[in-house]
Design a protein around this ligand. Structure first.
Ligand code: ADP
Ligand code: ADP
Length: 227
C-alpha cells in the first residue's frame, strides 16, 4: 500500500534525519513508527503526504510514485493528526470538523451533517459541537482532531503522537476507543510514538527506528516481544 524504497532525508542544515529506509506498509493495518526522540519518525511520516520531500529514494502509494500525484490530490486521501490537535481556535468544534468537507465543495448543510456524524463517531456528545477548542480538555481536543482528519473519509491516516499530550488515564481511554474505531474503519494508519507500550498495544506492525534515522526492526508486536 505505502512503500518506501531506499528513502533518505538530509535537511539543508546537514542533518540526516532518515537514512536508507525500505519498508512496505500494509493496507488496512496500523503500522507504528517507534524509537527515541530525533530518530526520524516524524520526517518519515511527513514524506508520505509530501510535507517533506526525500533527498533520495522513492515513496509510493498503491504502486504510484507520490511525486507523480499533485500534493492537494494526494492529501485529500490522507488524514493527518498531530500531538496538540492543531484545531482552529476561532472555529467551533463542528466547524473544525467540517473543514475538509467544506474544502471539497460540499454545501454547508451537508458538511455540518457529516461533521455531526464524525463527532458522534469519536465519542463526543452533540452539545460539544458549539464549543470552541479552548473550552475542551486535551483528550476532547484530540478526539476532535481525529474527527477532523476523517472528514473526507481518507483511506490513509497519519498520526503523530496523537495521544502523548494527555494524562495516562485519558491516554489509555483514547487508545481503547481508537482500537475499537479502527475495527470499524479499516484505515491504513501510520502512527508515530516514542511509547513502546502504546506501540505494542495498538500496532499490527511495528517499525523500530534508531538514532541516525535507520530502520532497525520491522515486525509484529508478538515477534518483537519474543526477541
Ligand atoms: P522524531 O520524530 O523521531 O523525533 P524527527 O524526524 O522530528 O525525529 O527529526 C529527525 C532529525 O532531524 C532530528 O535530529 C531533528 O532535529 C532533525 N530535523 C527535523 N526537522 C528538521 C528540519 N526542518 N530542519 C533540520 N533538521 C530537522
Ligand atoms: P513535534 O512536536 O512535531 O515533534 P518539533 O519540535 O520536533 O515538533 O518540530 C517542530 C517543527 O520544527 C517541525 O516543523 C520540524 O520539522 C522543525 N524542526 C525540528 N527539529 C528541527 C531542527 N533541528 N532544525 C530545524 N527545524 C527543526
Amino acid at each position: 500500500m505505502i512503500r518506501f524504497d531506499a528513502v533518505s532525508k538530509k535537511y539543508p542544515n546537514g542533518t540526516t534525519a532518515v537514512d536508507g529506509v525500505t519498508v512496505e506498509l500494509a493496507e488496512g493495518a496500523i503500522t507504528i513508527l517507534v524509537g527515541p526522540s530525533g530518530c526520524g519518525k516524524t520526517t518519515t511520516l511527513r514524506m508520505i503526504n509530501r510535507m517533506v520531500e526525500p533527498t533520495a529514494g522513492t515513496v509510493s502509494l498503491r504502486g504510484r510514485d507520490i511525486r507523480e500525484v499533485d500534493a492537494p490530490e494526494l492529501r485529500r486521501g490522507i488524514g493527518y493528526v498531530i500531538q496538540h490537535a492543531g484545531l482552529f481556535p476561532h472555529r467551533t468544534v463542528l466547524d473544525n470538523i467540517a473543514t475538509v468537507p467544506l474544502l471539497l465543495g460540499w454545501g454547508k448543510k451537508k458538511a455540518r451533517a457529516r461533521a455531526a456524524e464524525l463527532l458522534e463517531l469519536v465519542g463526543l456528545p452533540a452539545e460539544m459541537a458549539k464549543r470552541y477548542p479552548n473550552q475542551l480538555s486535551g483528550g476532547q481536543q484530540q478526539r476532535v482532531g481525529v474527527a477532523r482528519a476523517l472528514g473526507a473519509d481518507p483511506p490513509v491516516l497519519l498520526m503523530d503522537e496523537p495521544f502523548s499530550a494527555v494524562d495516562p488515564i485519558v491516554r489509555a481511554e483514547l487508545q481503547t476507543e481508537f482500537a475499537r474505531l479502527q475495527k470499524e474503519l479499516h484505515k491504513t494508519i501510520v502512527f508515530v510514538t516514542h511509547d513502546i507500550d502504546e506501540a505494542i498495544r495498538l500496532g499490527d506492525r511495528i517499525a523500530v527506528f534508531r538514532e541516525g534515522g535507520r530502520l532497525a526492526q520491522f515486525d509484529t508486536p508478538e515477534r518483537l516481544l519474543a526477541d
